[in-house]
Design a protein around this ligand. Sequence first.
Ligand SMILES: CC(C)=CCC/C(C)=C/CC/C(C)=C/CC/C(C)=C/COP(=O)(O)O
Length: 296
Amino acid sequence: MPSPRRSVEGRPLGVSASSSSSSGSPGSPAHGGGGSSRFEFQSLLSSRATGVDPACARLRASESPVHRRSSFPLAAAGPSQAPPPPLPEEDRMDLNPSFLGIALRSLLAIDLWLSKKLGVCAGESSSWGSVRPLMKLLEISGHGIPWLVGTLYCLCRSDSWAGREVLMNLLFALLLDLLLVALIKGLVRRRRPAHNQMDMFVTLSVDKYSFPSGHATRAALMSRFILNHLVLAIPLRVLVVLWAFVLGLSRVMLGRHNVTDVAFGFFLGYMQYSIVDYCWLSPHNAPVLFLLWSQQ
Ligand SMILES: CC(C)=CCC/C(C)=C/CC/C(C)=C/CC/C(C)=C/COP(=O)(O)O
């Protein structure tokens, strides 16, 4: 049955890396036994040198997941027998899936299954539908607009240089976050889960895509920023971390995101803070910015 083509490093799977021949000569890759027949040949030679039973060596060669399919017919065929007819190319490729491909597909399947299971507030009629208004309130607490408006307001009201410096960097962090999330969403273009209701408060056009979660990036970025620049009592610090975690979880519960969107969002937000910290704006390295602002 025809199946999708897959390749490793741009080469069709099942083709020996060292082979340049594409002709149908016996034992050549195109003959369905290329890499594996060479593999088996080598194992037979080495078994002679080491005194290992050739049958065992053949068995070991055929145990390799990469070589199993195509080495078996050659192993069974005697030296006088003609090589088997070439397998259809698609067939060989399908029988040699890469480990990374399998791992990614499995992760994706688990992600979709878990996200659907956790999407208990995706609609009013869902099992936890009554909690949906609370989840939507949390959604607003991590939205870009309240954070931007709040930061701009505090920046206008601030009368100390130290305060202005922190707020200026907070504004930079929020804008960087919006930019990076929009860029990645536009590049990856992963659709939101099918059970999501698109009833979000003010969105950008890229917000029809779900990877990564903008709320999760903001939650990680803002909580790291607050913990590093505000002196807070321990219970409040715990509350900040809890807010970030629950906000991320609420994205999956509302059906807005898959688990991997939120997990990557947390990672991205965490890294964004490192960028902000590294490029920290101050009256020393960005005097123009601070002078302009003080003249407002
Ligand atoms: C005020 C200044 C200086 C600039 C404005 C910048 C700007 C374009 C703001 C837009 C804010 C906005 C609408 C953000 C969208 C937030 C959102 C809905 C993200 C989606 O989150 P997700 O978790 O569902 O991915």
